[in-house]
Design a protein around this ligand. Structure first.
Ligand code: GLU
Length: 492
């Protein structure tokens, strides 16, 4: 029987979920699902000094919001074992004792002052900073004495001399490193907590993880991990290190310059399917010109060997574009109900306004959906329909369109008002509005833009707004006439 594929996401609870972590989660998820395997979440919380309150809750919330639910995770009512490393300390104690017994690890009694001094000296001489292995050669008696005297200690790995560690990264190919370049790393700290490296390896082994898929920044740690596997005579999992995500400025995506928390994208109410679709393409080449994939299609097509080594650029404009395409293709009713949920959560007063006349709002949304990329844009794009505009005469004059004085403006607005007021026309469909106006403009020997510009300004009082005839359709005949009258009055 072939071994079941098991992948994992192993975050440390040190703050918000970074957009790069979302990609790590997604690739682990896709790889596991594609291979009928299992995807699990383990919380690496042994470094208590870096713990940020609320980050675990936030992470579980984010994963649930994007529907990437692990098969095993702390929320699972059938918990198999603790998924928090801080609750697994006894396990690490047991395994560290085994390494000491087998002479694969040793007690280090060096004080932090001595280690600092050593580091400073090495830095001054431009040497790599490494532990000088002073405690590696203590005799049994010396160790017993120091333990007896209750001196604080850490436990370090006895890195073998003169070996070359080789591993075959599924994305990067063969990576080699000589053990002379690897430090006798600390496995257990003096407070009895394991280091990241040690706990990570023990847990990946016990949880039977077969594929470790994580960010490129962990490449230098991997030889250290392999040495720990070797010390136990365990077979290491396979490794795949994902390319860095950069911002559009080609610099590392950092909080200072970019919105990097997944939550900030959820708050702008991007369509989750679009966000996932976009993130999937950051580093993975689907080997087709198609760009739109549902999660099931991603599962079928995903192949880790088609993830490239070169960094990928996270571009919010591209994300906007994806999200816009998803919105435009969405069913009107579904879109409207999503919009209501969004407004109910983030903008209660606007929600109330909208729900006073749902038909009107639906009509506006249907018209705007080809232009919207996120739900938070709806309010801005639809403001002409919900607020009475402020008069701005300056916008009426437009030299480019040869609208040079108010007399001309007046004439054309009167024409528009008369068209709208004609009793024989209902003017309720976009086609009817368009045909009627175009015909009337032609009859009066004017250019479309010359009539439609002041008309658009009269209806919206904004420099940028939907097209004049679209405004008429959405506002309706009466409201449109009222707005035109209002400006005509100011021009008397
Ligand atoms: N706890 C590490 C992190 O915060 C996990 C790295 C790994 O996947 O091994 O990213």
């Amino acid at each position: 029987m072939t071994q079941k594929i098991i992948t994992r996401f192993a975050p440390s609870p040190t703050g918000y979920v970074h957009i790069g972590s979302l990609r790590t989660v997604l690739y682990n998820y896709l790889f596991a699902k594609k291979n009928d395997g299992k995807f699990m979440l383990r919380v690496e919380d042994t470094d208590q000094s870096r713990y940020v309150e609320g980050s675990i809750e936030n992470m579980l919330f984010v994963l649930a919001s994007v529907w990437l639910i692990p098969d095993e995770w702390p929320n699972n009512p059938w918990e198999k074992w603790p998924y928090f490393q801080s609750q697994r300390l006894e396990i690490y104690q047991k395994y560290i004792a085994e390494l000491i017994k087998n002479d694969k690890a040793y007690y280090c009694f060096c004080s932090s002052e001595r280690l600092d001094e050593l580091r400073n000296e090495q830095q001054e001489l431009n040497l790599p900073t490494k532990y000088d292995q002073r405690c590696r050669y203590l005799t049994k008696e010396e160790i017993a004495q120091k333990l007896e005297a209750k001196l604080p200690y850490t436990i370090r790995l006895k890195v073998p001399k003169n070996e070359v560690i080789v591993f075959d990264d599924m994305i990067r190919g063969k990576i080699e490193i000589h053990t002379k370049d690897i430090d006798d790393q600390v496995l257990m700290k003096s407070d009895g907590f394991p280091t990241y490296h040690f706990a990570n390896v023990v847990d990946d082994y016990l949880m039977e993880v077969t594929h470790v898929i994580r960010g490129e920044e962990w490449v230098p740690s991997t030889p250290k991990h392999i040495l720990i596997y070797n010390a136990f005579w365990w077979t290491p999992p396979l490794f795949a290190h994902l390319p860095l995500l950069l911002g559009k400025d080609k610099k590392k995506l950092s909080k200072r310059t970019w919105d990097v928390s997944v939550e900030s994208y959820l708050e702008k109410w991007y369509i989750v399917e679009a966000l996932i679709n976009y993130i999937a393409l950051l580093g993975w080449n689907p080997k087709t010109t198609e760009e739109f994939f549902t999660i099931d299609e991603l599962i079928t097509r995903f192949d880790i060997v088609n993830v490239h080594k070169a960094w990928a650029v996270f571009d919010t404009e591209r994300l906007d574009w994806f999200s816009g395409k998803y919105i435009a293709s969405m069913d009107n009713e579904e879109l409207f109900s999503k919009l209501l949920k969004y407004l109910n959560k983030y903008d209660e007063s606007f929600y109330e306004k909208i729900t006073q006349n749902e038909e009107y709002a639906k009509k506006i949304l249907t018209e705007l959906k080809g232009r919207m990329r996120r739900f938070d844009e709806f309010k801005e794009f639809s403001k002409f329909f919900y607020e009475e505009p402020n008069v701005r005469q300056d916008l009426l004059i437009n030299e480019k369109m040869k609208i040079e004085n108010f007399d001309i403006v007046k004439k054309w607005l009167q024409l528009a008002r008369d068209i709208l007021g004609a009793k024989d026309k209902k003017l309720t469909s976009p086609e009817e509005i368009k045909n009627t106006f175009i015909e009337a403009i032609q009859e009066s020997w004017m250019k479309n833009g010359q009539v439609l510009w002041p008309l658009r300004v009269a209806l919206s009082w904004e420099e940028f707004s939907p097209w004049a005839l679209e405004l008429i359709y959405l506002l309706g005949k009466e409201k449109s006439i009222q707005r035109i009258e209002k400006i005509l009055n100011t021009l008397q």
